[in-house]
Design a protein around this ligand. Structure first.
Ligand SMILES: Nc1ncnc2c1ncn2[C@@H]1O[C@H](COP(=O)(O)OP(=O)(O)O)[C@@H](O)[C@H]1O
Ligand SMILES: Nc1ccn([C@@H]2O[C@H](COP(=O)(O)OP(=O)(O)O)[C@@H](O)[C@H]2O)c(=O)n1
Length: 376
């Protein structure tokens, strides 16, 4: 009995103590959101008459303030993501496409599919590198005296296609044995040229060669016998016969090599089977095709961009009629080419619908995957 009344007295004391601390608020349960919302609103509309009421209003308001701030932070992170390539690689926005790639086979293979070799002796004596390239054959350039490929590795037989060797005291870095090529594809106006220009600005070993630019330059040449033909093909959004295109690409690569370039972005090529076969015949094994950067954007977005570009480009094909024809050619002829490279695990997709800066960050990440041993 005595114990019982002692417990009762303690309870009353404790209750009073808690009340003085202001913890005895009475109101809706935490999960009663409508009730809490009512109380939270009262914070602004109905001044509290007691401390208990005031505390309850604060507690209710806190629930909405907390979720509002957290929600706002998450939303702003999604809308204005940090410009870091790490974020772009691992952002939840890309999880779905990565999961898809696992099943469609578009992901790059985990293990090497072919053998890569390197002349270790030559690499350890870089001063004995091959002479300057000749005018006629891309394949004659063994090691260009250019900005070297710039990642260190532990072995010359490294999995990467760069020629890299290491010795006990120092690591010798050398340019690749063959010129390395990355094809850049995507619909007209997807932003291929814009991103290629950024790559070349940032990394001097790269050269941007746009098939379209080569053809337009050739068309302007009064001595060219192909000028008229090129003009009519471009106007109609059709693909120019590959003999013409690949000759111009080859010439541009040779010029780039003389200037010390080792890596080439071949933009807008190959656009159909004719292009693929022509490349194989003329360039073939003399260059190493590392992969395809594919800029993916909707037709509506590309049309909008091309119409924007038409204001200043002065291009005969930047008008609605030619644009639609180019889209048709892209859908019919270029997409099957992408499938071919996809089967070879060589396609590296980039979401080109985002802002230029966002696409640029993603491009750098992908370029590192295509050419793993270079400094990008
Ligand atoms: N990510 C982007 N967002 C908005 N506009 C872009 C983006 N990338 C490029 N553009 C613009 O779209 C137009 C087409 O870009 P361009 O790089 O010439 O495309 P492509 O070489 O694929 O035909 C240009 O006017 C360019 O400034
Ligand atoms: N490999 C190629 C690339 C371009 N071209 C022609 O050049 C035009 C312009 O190509 P481009 O790459 O400069 O421009 P976009 O269509 O990418 O904006 C194409 O529409 C084709 O007519 C070609 O015939 N073969």
């Amino acid at each position: 009995m005595a114990t019982c009344s002692l417990t009762g007295a303690r309870r009353i004391l404790l209750h009073r103590w808690v009340r003085q601390l202001g913890d005895s608020v009475q109101g809706p349960q935490l999960m009663d959101l409508p009730g809490n919302w009512q109380k939270a609103k009262e914070f602004f509309t109905k001044p509290a008459l007691s401390y208990g009421q005031y505390k309850q209003q604060c507690v209710s308001l806190r629930i909405f303030a907390f979720s509002g701030i957290c929600g706002g932070c998450v939303l702003s992170l999604a809308m204005f993501p940090p410009k870091s390539s790490y974020w772009i690689t691992w952002s939840p926005l890309y999880w779905l496409s990565y999961a898809k790639q696992c099943f469609t086979g578009a992901a790059p293979p985990l293990f090497l599919e072919k053998q890569h070799g390197a002349q270790v002796a030559a690499l350890l004596r870089p001063e004995t590198q091959a002479p300057a390239p000749s005018d006629t054959d891309v394949s004659t350039v063994a090691v260009a005296p250019a900005p070297a490929a710039t990642t260190t590795a532990t072995s010359a037989a490294s999995a990467s296609p760069c020629s890299v060797a290491s010795s006990a005291s120092a690591t010798v870095l050398a340019a690749p044995a063959k010129p390395r090529v990355v094809f850049v594809l995507g619909g007209p106006g997807a932003g291929k040229g814009t991103q290629c220009a950024k790559i070349c600005d940032a990394y001097p070993q790269w050269q941007h060669i746009s098939a379209g630019d080569c053809l337009r330059a050739e068309r302007q040449d009064p001595n060219s016998k192909d000028g008229e033909l090129i003009n009519s093909y471009i106007k109609d959004g059709k693909i120019v016969p590959v003999q013409i295109t690949v000759r111009l690409l080859h010439k541009a690569m040779q010029k780039g090599q003389k200037e010390g370039k080792t890596d080439f972005l071949i933009d807008g090529f190959p656009r159909n089977w004719d292009n693929v076969n022509g490349w194989e015949e003329v360039i073939g094994d003399s260059a190493e095709v590392m992969g395809v950067l594919f800029f993916e954007a909707s037709l509506a977005e590309m049309e909008k961009r091309l119409l924007g570009r038409s204001v200043t480009s002065g291009r005969v094909d930047d008008n609605l009629e030619s644009i639609r024809k180019r889209f048709a050619t892209y859908e019919k002829e270029t997409k099957p080419i992408l499938e071919k490279y996809q089967k070879e695990h060589k396609v590296f997709k980039i979401d080109a619908m985002q802002s230029v800066d966002f696409v640029w960050a993603h491009t750098q990440t992908k370029l590192r995957e295509v050419v793993p041993c270079q400094q990008v």
